[in-house]
Design a protein around this ligand. Structure first.
Ligand code: UDP
Length: 150
C-alpha cells in the first residue's frame, strides 16, 4: 500500500468543506492514516513549497497557507498518489474537470481548495514534514476485501 499527503487549504476550511472532501476520500475506498486541523507557521509553509521559492506567486502562497488552519491528512491506498491527484483535479480550479475536488469547489488559482503530493518521493517528504511517526495510525480497515480484489 502507498501513502500520500493531502492538505485541505485554509479557503476550504473557512468554507466548511472539510467534511465533504473527507467523505469523497472515504467513499473512494481510501484509508485515513492521520489527520489534524493545524495552523502552519511560515517556516513550515516555506519548506513545504520550497520547490516554488523563486516563483512570483511564492510569497502570496505562503501567506495564504498560513492565513488560517489547514486540515492535513495522510491517506493510504493502492497507487494512492495518482488516484488522489486525479480526485483533486488540475491546479487551476477554473479549468479543473467537474467531478474533481478543485473542479467542483474552486474558481481561482490562488484559492484551489486542496494540496496533494505529486509523486511518491514528495509524499514521503511531505508526510515527514507535517507529521510525527507517532501520529501515523497503523490499522486495518475491515472492508478491504470489498475494496480490493486481493
Ligand atoms: N499557485 C499559485 N499561482 C500559480 C501557480 C500555483 O498560487 O500561478 C499555487 C497553487 O495553490 C498551487 C500551488 O501554488 O496549488 C503549488 O503549485 P503546483 O504547480 O505545484 O500545483 P499543484 O501540485 O498544487 O497542483
Amino acid at each position: 500500500m502507498d501513502r500520500t499527503f493531502l492538505m485541505i487549504k485554509p479557503d476550504a476550511v473557512q468554507r466548511n468543506l472539510i467534511g465533504e472532501i473527507v467523505t469523497r476520500l472515504e467513499r473512494k475506498g481510501l484509508k485515513l492514516v492521520a489527520a489534524k486541523l493545524f495552523q502552519a507557521d511560515e517556516a513550515l509553509a516555506k519548506e513545504h513549497y520550497s520547490e516554488h521559492t523563486d516563483k512570483p506567486f511564492f510569497n502570496a502562497l505562503v501567506s495564504f497557507i498560513t492565513s488560517g488552519p489547514v486540515f492535513a491528512m495522510v491517506v493510504e491506498g493502492n497507487n494512492v498518489v495518482e488516484v488522489t491527484r486525479t480526485l483533486v483535479g488540475e491546479t487551476n480550479p477554473s479549468k479543473a474537470a467537474p467531478g474533481t475536488i478543485r473542479g467542483d469547489y474552486g474558481l481561482d488559482l490562488g484559492r484551489n481548495i486542496i494540496h496533494g503530493s505529486d509523486s511518491n518521493e514528495s509524499a514521503e517528504r511531505e508526510i515527514n514534514l507535517w507529521f510525527n511517526e507517532s501520529e501515523l495510525n497503523d490499522y486495518k480497515l475491515n472492508n478491504e476485501k470489498w475494496v480490493y480484489e486481493e
